[in-house]
Design a protein around this ligand. Structure first.
Ligand SMILES: [Zn+2]
Length: 303
């Protein structure tokens, strides 16, 4: 029997949200985000007032990585976050990790859900439920207001940063060309190169951002188009290469597409897979754009 997010929520009386489950677990506000195709797939947060004990907590998480079964961890002012390592069932693993984490926090005097994680003062039943970085927990109304103001300031800073579209596009194009090279090499080895399209689309947005462009709808479309066009050029170059090795030229290369032989099947298979793999790369990019479109203010709200 599969131990689902629903089973886990029911067992611990937690609330189900969109791709997440949250509530009070062993006295601490916890949040588990689970998206099967996300990156990371699963992110567990335990809320506590960290204060001066940040280093100590970081050290513990790094040292106990294997024992806890986590691949990554981080400590912020309002608590800690870990990514479980995937072996077997996600929610059995998450439950196990949460039990170990909350036991450690309790033993070392970290405050639970009855203390405001921002200021470290007891809530005395006056807490409101709000989110920070989409993680729900109880806090003072006034502490929430200052967190919201800080989130707005951060958004404003982000908005003021210049969007270097031209440089970004140059980076995007370079990465798309790299995808084209991957296409040609794999095509020369296996006769199948379309994976290069996915590499192109994915790397294109990455380099676009590295070159100072912002992740926008324009960036996603530009990078998708660049990867697609480069792949189409690579498709013809690949066919030309095959023709060339058989002492042919462009005429023979184009003939591959229509003469009905084994080559024709391969050419059209590559063409079809270019569409599929570019689309996959674009979907991934679109998801990353959808994530950044949500501002810090969007992630900081009263529930
Ligand atoms: Zn407070």
């Amino acid at each position: 029997m599969k131990y689902t997010m629903q089973d886990f929520a029911k067992k611990h009386m937690l609330t189900l949200g969109k791709h997440c489950v949250y509530g009070v677990f062993e006295g601490y506000c916890v949040h588990i985000k689970y998206t099967p195709i996300g990156n990371p797939r699963c992110l567990i947060a335990v809320v506590t007032h960290v204060g001066e004990k940040k280093k100590q907590l970081e050290k513990y998480l790094t040292a106990k990585k294997g024992e806890l079964g986590i691949s990554n961890s981080g400590v912020v002012s309002i608590g800690l976050m870990v990514c479980p390592r995937f072996t077997g069932e996600v929610f059995s693993a998450a439950e196990n990790i949460l039990q170990k984490l909350t036991a450690h926090l309790k033993k070392n005097g970290f405050a639970g859900a009855d203390v405001c994680p921002y200021c470290g003062a007891p809530l005395d039943g006056q807490g409101i439920l709000s989110t920070d970085s989409d993680i729900p927990f109880y806090t003072h109304g006034r502490c929430f207001e200052s967190a919201l103001a800080a989130a707005r300031r951060k958004d404003e800073e982000e908005r003021r940063k210049p969007d270097r579209k031209v440089l970004g596009a140059l980076g995007g194009l370079l990465a798309a060309l790299f995808g084209g090279v991957v296409y040609l090499l794999t095509c020369a080895w296996w006769g199948f190169g379309a994976l290069g399209s996915a590499v192109g689309a994915f790397a294109s947005l990455w380099l676009y951002k590295k070159f100072g462009g912002k992740n926008t709808a324009f960036a996603v479309s530009f990078c998708g188009a660049a990867a697609f066009l480069v792949s189409v050029c690579a498709l013809f170059l690949g066919a030309y290469y095959q023709a060339y090795t058989a002492q042919g030229g462009w005429a023979e290369a184009f003939a591959f597409f229509v003469n009905g032989g084994k080559q024709t099947v391969l050419c059209w298979l590559n063409a079809a897979m270019i569409v599929v793999f570019t689309a996959l790369g674009c979907v991934y990019n679109a998801f990353s754009y959808a994530r950044v479109r949500r501002t810090n203010e969007d992630r900081t709200r009263r529930l």
